[in-house]
Each structure stands twice: as C-alpha cells, then as structure tokens.
Design a protein around this ligand. Structure first.
Ligand code: OGA
Ligand code: NI
Length: 364
C-alpha cells in the first residue's frame, strides 16, 4: 500500500501564496482579496445561548465498570456522539506537562522567521510540511491559517526531512505527546464501541490494524477583518477520531448544529474529541462526523494541535451489519480506507462533500 500521506499527489498549481504571518508585519487594516469570502461563507455572529455547549465527558468516571457513575457517563458519551459528534474530555489522565510542552514547541516553531519554517515546505499537491493544505487552484479562497502537518504513525508515513530540528526538542516532544494521544484514542474507541451497545468493545481497535496517526498544528494569526475571512473552511474530518488541543483563552472552533455555528469554548486542560467520517460510516450514520470550521480573532492569535487517528490504509470499510435494518437501510458502500484518504487529501475542504465518495445514491 502506498504511503498516502507522503506520496506526491498529481501536480496541482496553487500559485504563489503569501505567508500570513509575514503579511501582518505591515499591520494591514484590510485582508488580501484571496482571503475574502463570499457573503454566504462569512462568519456571522450567531445569537445563541451561552448554555448551548458541546457535552463534557469526565473520563475519571469511566475507569471501572463498577463505578456508580460509569453507565451514566457512558450514556452521556452516546448522546454526545449521536447528537453532537463532538465532546470535550476532562480528567483524561494525560500529564498536563506533555500538553503544555507540545504547545510550547509548536508556538516556538510558528514564531520562527519564515526562512527557517520554509526549510520544511508543504509542496503543492502534498499535505505534509509547513504551508497551506488543500489548495488546488488560483481561484480558491484561502484560509487565514498557517499549518504544519506531519505523519506520525506507523513509521512509514513519516517524512523525517519535514520534522523541524528547530526548536531542537520539537521531534522528541511530538513523539512523547503522540504516544499519549494514541493511548487516549484507543481507550475512547473502546468506550465509544461500548456506548453503542450492539458491538463488542474491541470492534474498532481490532478492525483498524496499526492505526494511522497524523498531526496538524494550525496557527491562526490575528486578523484585521475576522468578519470577512475563515481560519479554516468548513469540513468534516476524514479520520475515525480527532483529538484537538487548544489554549484556554481564545475561541475559534465552531461546529454546525441544527443549522447554526456553535462555538466550542475551551476548558483548561480538556481535549476536544470529534467523530470522523470512518465512525459515521461504520455505524451507518448513527454517530455523526459533524461539519466544523475555525474563525479568526482581531486581537489574538490562536494555536490548535490536532491529531487525526484513522484505520490502517488497507482496511475495508462499510456499515457494520449491527447498524443496518429495515428502518435504517445501508447508507454507505464498501470501500478501501486508503482510497478514501487519497480522495480526501486531493479535494478541497467543502463541508461534508468528501463523504459523498461513500454514499449510496438515493440515501443522501
Ligand atoms: C482541523 C480542525 C479546527 C481548529 O484541523 O481539522 O478542524 O480549531 N481544526 O483548528
Ligand atoms: Ni477538522
């Protein structure tokens, strides 16, 4: 199986893209044309009650089945996956130093001069390295975001040339962090399987083989006109699970819930988890891979550290028989996850459009 994250895609010319952090040095009051969204895409201020929040799952209540709160928390997890596709985990057991260290090296990296960051370029048509991912044409509007994306596991997806040697402890920190996030994903997949009540708790972990783990660090510089741009275009994630770490003082992530963009308010030391396309397909749409986007802020920058956890590329996916019956006809065809990953990374981010790859016609 070809290593998708490293293989070069068909050469697609995206034209010269200015680096936003460099653009900002001149303290502009306007944003370049390529970042200005059509009216329909611009972030409008939603009038939502502050109480409308993604669920919070306390993992310390789900350590032992004999815990009184275990089943209550598991039921909350089921509702979170079914109705929101997103939740925040608290008391997840990961040492906060590991989270802080990762944040620190990522910030140090983005603060480097451009020449230094350009030593790890994301070449057009590839999705690893520093730059703008998912840009395929000169006409396409750009996201107000700088990215550093790296394949982490299994080792064959790594491109060591793209792992920063500055800051010097970057790679070591990323490795230590990724081990913890991998364990968390494993644990969450077991709990998610249990919360479904119809399948064995190991169904996902057993099926995924040696899971693919990739990381994307998104840096959103302050923006003079947050009303005109997007930090990250709306999309669903092509993973099974996504783990997002963000700093507690800036709001940027929004999820689409019943037609409204709901902000995700950060909680100190919590991690934001979302269901990706893989779990939506396997559960035949019972658990949702929800569309989300990021907006920018006028005064403050924002950093998010995002881990994508997905099946091995050779795994064949399709709805599990436990989730298909006469009331819930099969909505997705069988497909190879490697083919889906390739499809995902060669298309621009456009809501849930990528998953149409797997939809059975008539069940849209
Ligand atoms: C992503 C993502 C949101 C954010 O990287 O897939 O959805 O807040 N990021 O950075
Ligand atoms: Ni995402």
């Amino acid at each position: 199986m070809a290593p998708i994250l490293c293989s070069s895609m068909p050469e697609i010319k995206a034209g010269h893209i200015d680096d936003i952090q460099e653009l900002r040095r001149a303290r502009p009051t306007m944003v370049p044309e390529r970042y200005i969204r059509d009216n329909s895409e611009r972030p409008t201020r939603a009038r939502l009650p502050d109480s409308l929040q993604i669920p919070i799952i306390d993992m310390s209540k789900m350590i032992r089945e004999s815990d009184v709160q275990f089943h209550h928390e598991l039921a909350k997890l089921a509702t979170a996956c079914e109705e929101w596709g997103f939740f925040q985990v608290i008391n997840h057991g990961i040492d906060t130093h590991k989270l802080e260290d990762m944040e620190e090296v990522a910030r140090e990296f983005f603060d480097l001069p451009l020449e230094e960051k350009e030593k790890y370029p994301m070449k057009p048509g590839t999705i690893q390295g520093y730059g703008h991912a998912f840009v395929f044409s000169e006409e396409q509007k750009l996201d107000w975001c700088n990215m550093l994306a790296l394949g982490v596991e299994p080792p064959f997806i790594r491109d060591p040339k793209l792992w920063p040697t500055n800051p010097s402890h970057f790679s070591e920190t990323l490795d230590k962090y990724s081990v913890e996030i991998r364990k968390l994903c494993h644990m969450l997949l077991r709990l998610i399987a249990r919360s479904l009540r119809r399948v064995d708790e190991n169904v996902f972990n057993d099926m995924f083989g040696t899971a693919v783990q990739a990381m994307r660090m998104n840096y959103y510089p302050p923006c003079p006109r947050p009303d005109l741009v997007l930090g990250l275009s709306p999309h669903s994630d092509g993973s099974a699970l996504t783990v997002l770490q963000q700093e507690a003082d800036t709001v940027g992530l929004q999820i689409l819930k019943d037609g409204a963009w709901v902000p995700v308010h950060p909680i100190q030391n919590a991690l934001v988890i979302n269901i990706g396309d893989t779990i939506e397909v396997l559960t035949n749409g019972k658990y949702k891979s929800v569309e989300h986007r990021a907006i920018t802020n006028k005064k403050k920058d924002r950093l998010s550290l995002v881990t994508f956890y997905a099946p091995s590329y050779d795994v064949e996916l399709g709805p599990l028989p436990e989730f298909v019956d006469e009331n819930r006809p099969c909505m997705y065809r069988k497909y190879n996850h490697g083919d889906y990953s390739r499809h995902y990374v060669t298309n621009r981010l456009q809501g849930k459009k990528t998953l149409e790859f797997a939809k059975i016609a008539g069940e849209l």
